[in-house]
Design a protein around this ligand. Structure first.
Ligand SMILES: [Zn+2]
Length: 83
């Protein structure tokens, strides 16, 4: 079964975006402003802790051909890494 995109506000910029469930335990968002990125469920719950620089990180990774993944590490720091 293919996951259907559902409307959801972008957790980074609050624009009207779409998301689909993505393994492991997260979502893939497609935002008209931020582009496509993965985010873990944990990071989504802590979205107010995601720094504005995350959008810049996403753009930089895309420039190198990667899709960004936003997650929270064991020190509770937001990390943006290649998916
Ligand atoms: Zn966005």
């Amino acid at each position: 079964m293919i996951a259907q995109p559902q409307p959801a506000d972008c957790p980074l910029c609050s624009a009207a975006a779409e998301r689909v469930r993505a393994a492991p335990r997260g979502y893939r968002y497609t935002c008209p402003s931020c582009g496509s990125f993965h985010i873990s469920s944990v990071a989504l719950r802590c979205r107010q802790d995601i720094p504005a620089s995350a959008r810049e990180d996403i753009r930089r990774l895309r420039a190198y051909g990667y899709t960004a993944r936003i997650d929270i590490d064991r020190q509770h720091a937001v990390r943006v890494t290649p998916a």
